[in-house]
Ligand binder design. Structure first.
Ligand code: CP
Length: 323
């Protein structure tokens, strides 16, 4: 008996980009995350008993690594972690060979990597679900947790305006926008030309969001991007691996810093979001990130709840779970 809708058929699938799931599947993952968040650990423990998650990280991580590890443990499963010189996708063998080997050890694999293409090759060859724990192109696990956080704040996603200001070409902005338009929200990017999403990506968001009422626009003026928004979101100005561009980014992105004056242009009930880690004083001021409308630590906590839902959906048939 289902309380809301049939369980999504996600078992055995990969999640490399938000658009790997439909709007209905995203909604079901969010319902499952909310359901699990509201349950005691004793009710969750059997879900993934006996399952092993391999986590292979080429880049540093606090939230993604620990939230996946705790999620898997609280669902009764086990995690194996390798990083740095132990695992670098495509370095000692082809991504396909590594995927075929690891598929014989683990029930699912999370990879954090630099370029997206070897990850896509790895996932294509794997016979167990592969989850993107961040690549240059996408951060889908962050976006699912972000949607959960916004939905908790407003009770809905459809019809909201999410303003993302700063480096609007990075993986967090891309996945946030895909998830938001799929959920029927409007996305406003606020960025200079050097950091504005490509026209092809804006056109893709239009196609993705249209059936669900979602849309996206880019503004060079940060005030126009933020005006009346329900959510104001930013991220570091320089992504991991692009440190050589840090000086230039600081110069061109300074007008897009989320400070009290810029945040005041959002709706009076607006929330502030940041995927963390934050560079306080650069993309956001202490006053905003520590303000009463900042939800950044709930957002970080929700990584764990969202990933529990994702793992349960990819690794089980969700039988008996009332979502
Ligand atoms: N937001 C996020 O992905 O954090 P980590 O880099 O610490 O995993």
């Amino acid at each position: 008996m289902y309380a809301v809708a049939p369980a999504p058929r996600l078992q055995g699938r990969n999640l490399l980009r938000v658009s790997d799931v439909t709007a209905e599947e995203l909604s079901a993952i969010l319902r499952l995350a909310a359901y699990l968040k509201g349950r005691g650990l004793n009710e969750q423990l059997a879900l993934l008993r006996g399952k092993t998650l391999a986590m292979l990280f080429e880049k540093p991580s606090l939230r993604t690594r620990v939230s996946f590890e705790v999620a898997m443990t609280q669902l009764g499963g086990h995690v194996v972690f390798a990083q740095g010189n132990e695992f670098s996708i495509g370095s000692r063998e082809t991504p396909e060979d590594a995927a075929r080997v690891l598929s014989r050890y683990a029930h699912a694999i999370v990879i954090r990597t630099h370029t997206h293409e070897p990850l896509a090759r790895f996932a294509e060859a794997a016979t167990v679900p592969v989850i993107n724990g961040l690549s240059a192109a996408a951060h889908p696990c962050q976006a699912i947790a972000d949607m959960l956080t916004i939905e908790e704040s407003f009770g809905t996603l459809a019809g909201l305006c999410v303003a993302y200001v700063g480096d609007a070409r990075n993986n967090v902005a891309i996945s946030l926008a895909e998830a938001a338009v799929l959920a029927g929200a409007t996305v406003h990017f606020g960025a200079p030309n050097s950091h504005r999403p490509s026209e092809s990506f804006l056109a893709w968001l239009k196609r993705l969001g249209k059936p669900h009422g979602g849309s996206a626009r880019a503004f060079a003026n940060p005030v126009r991007a933020v005006r009346g928004a329900d959510v104001v979101y930013t991220d570091v100005w320089t992504s991991m691996g692009e440190e050589a561009l840090a000086e230039r980014n600081r110069a061109v992105l300074a007008p897009y810093r989320v400070d009290k004056a810029l945040f005041a242009h959002a709706a009076p009930h607006a929330i502030f979001m940041h995927c963390l880690p934050a560079h306080r004083g650069e993309e956001v001021t202490d006053e905003v990130i520590e303000g009463t409308r900042s939800v950044v630590f709930t957002q970080a906590e929700n990584r764990m709840h969202a990933q529990k839902a994702l793992l349960a959906a990819l690794l089980t048939d969700l039988r008996g779970i009332p979502i």
